[in-house]
Design a protein around this ligand. Structure first.
Ligand code: UD1
Ligand code: CA
Length: 474
């Protein structure tokens, strides 16, 4: 559709008193990102960021910092005196002259986060088609409690007479199940003209944007309702419980999308998967898996229960056994991780390599076909191909001030319980004897033994016992 006559205002200045939280409401997260970023993303699918103005107020700097990178404009509402008052700040924003006021203004609420671009487009199209001064997006949820209600001229007609807030409903109006979503389209001139007539003589002592509906009707203007196809999409987030309901709805839609693309997800309701995550077909996710941020997973992988994978890239045919934690890792095809492996940022694991039980890696390159199977810490290290790192090996990468590198050449065998004190280089094909403390470079093909020689005293135990027996006199 032709969007040139539109701009968007997003109301996001409120405190969110009902949350009982120090964090501003619009920065609470669902589906892995703040409410307001969901709304901005939907708005940006309709209009460029320069034509979107966000009303901020409560903790304005914090909110601004969180969403600034989207490129939207800001209007400040220093005191939060209601949604009508928020729109007065939008009017001031345009009066300040940076931008001309648009002919039509789409108004979104920062706490109605599941709104889809398709619905935004539908309400704007209906607004133009109906030649309305105000178009309200409505819905009919199972439980309308807490929402403003839509009073229609008659049930079959789109014309709205008024919007009545929950606390002002009379007995008859309580029966109305059609709710105001907090999303509207206005002819800007009609809206701005009415804002000064708003009063605060109501249950909250606030300027209600919703009162504009009846005021426009009194002027003989046309106010219409458009019902959203999908109720979930217009649900508000005013309490933590409501947010978690929306979070679950959002994550269910993500797992359904992945399943439709050939991913098997056992007990999908237990998995926490961000909408940004991609997973290839024939991959199996077991219950209680979390896939977060920019994570991508190839095909034919198996991700076993209780693994939490964030901002990591996993190629095809990888097995992540139970309880692994990955953050910023890159894992090549055919690798096997865990159980209980911890791959910290910049861990790059080569093809068919293994990082097993209780191993931790950080800033590490492990070449193909290498094994790091048990109880190991590798930090700031380059490990070649076909290397075997014995159980309990530790790179001592930190001297208390600086980090140092360890390099382990192709085909090395590092014996169990070795301590590798960086900076250190171990040449290709070298061996390190078990329980060594290695502080000097080891050339290609050498054996390094860094431990004291074993002393064995024949018959010592029997002699000790004999002595003890005489000693106690028993
Ligand atoms: C509002 C509507 C109600 C509707 C519901 C839908 C009013 C009076 N009521 O109620 O009819 O059913 O949304 O979710 O509008 N905000 C500001 N500045 C303020 C106050 C609020 O920017 O001074 C912002 C909030 O941050 C929030 C949005 O406006 O994002 C809605 O405010 P909220 O207080 O949550 O309104 P509701 O009581 O939910
Ligand atoms: Ca709300």
């Amino acid at each position: 559709m032709d969007t040139t006559s539109f701009a968007i205002a997003i109301m996001a200045a409120g405190k969110g008193t009902r949350l009982r939280s120090k964090r501003p409401k619009v920065l609470h997260e669902i589906g892995g990102r703040p409410l307001l970023l969901h709304v901005i993303a939907a708005a940006k699918a309709f209009l460029p960021a320069e034509r979107i103005v966000c009303v901020i107020g409560h903790e304005a700097e914090r909110v601004k910092a969180a969403v600034e990178s989207t490129g939207v404009q800001f209007a400040l509402q220093t005191e939060q005196r209601g949604t009508g008052h928020a729109m007065q700040q939008v009017r001031s924003f345009y009066e300040a002259g940076g931008q001309a006021a648009p002919e039509n203004l789409l108004v979104l609420s920062g706490d109605v986060p599941l709104i889809r671009p398709e619905t935004i487009e539908a309400i704007c199209a209906a607004h133009l088609h109906e030649r309305a001064a105000m178009t309200v997006l409505t819905a009919v949820p199972d439980d309308p409690t807490g929402y403003g209600r839509i009073l229609r001229r008659s049930p079959e007609l789109p014309e709205v007479m008024a919007i009545v807030e929950q606390k002002s409903l009379d007995a008859e109006q309580m029966e109305v199940r059609e709710i105001n979503s907090g999303i509207y389209c206005f002819r800007t001139e009609a809206l701005f003209r009415k804002l000064d007539g708003l009063g605060t003589d109501n249950a909250h002592g606030e300027f209600y944007l919703t009162d504009v509906a009846a005021m426009l009707v009194a002027d003989g203007e046309r106010v219409v309702a458009v019902q959203a196809e999908n109720v979930d999409e217009v649900l508000g987030a005013n309490t933590i419980a409501e947010m978690m309901h929306l979070d679950a709805a959002m994550r269910m839609s993500t797992v359904r999308k992945l399943m439709a693309r050939g991913v098997t997800i056992f007990r999908p309701e237990t998995c926490v998967i961000d909408p940004t995550v991609e997973v290839g077909p024939d991959t199996v996710l077991e219950p209680f898996v979390q896939l977060l941020g920019s994570t991508t997973i190839g095909s034919n992988c198996r991700i076993r229960s209780y693994s939490v994978i964030e901002s990591s890239s996993i190629a095809d045919e990888v097995t992540v056994r139970n309880g692994c934690v990955l953050d910023g890792a890159v894992v090549a095809a055919g690798a096997v991780l865990g159980p209980y492996a911890h791959l910290r940022p910049d861990s790059v694991i080569g093809e068919r390599s293994r990082v097993g039980n209780f191993c931790e890696t950080k800033n590490v390159r492990v070449g193909p076909d290498s094994k790091v199977n048990h109880l190991t810490y590798l930090g700031d290290a380059m490990v070649g191909a076909g290397v075997n790192i014995g159980a309990g090996t530790i790179t001592c990468n930190y001297d208390g001030v600086r980090k140092h590198q360890t390099s382990i050449g192709d085909g090395c065998f590092i014996g169990s319980n070795s301590i590798l004190v960086a900076p250190l280089s171990i040449g290709e094909g070298a061996y390190v004897a078990a329980a060594s403390c290695i502080t000097e470079d080891v050339p290609d093909g050498a054996l390094a033994v860094g431990r004291s020689r074993q002393v064995t005293k024949a018959g010592w135990a029997a002699a000790k016992r004999a002595k003890e027996n005489t000693g106690t006199g028993s």
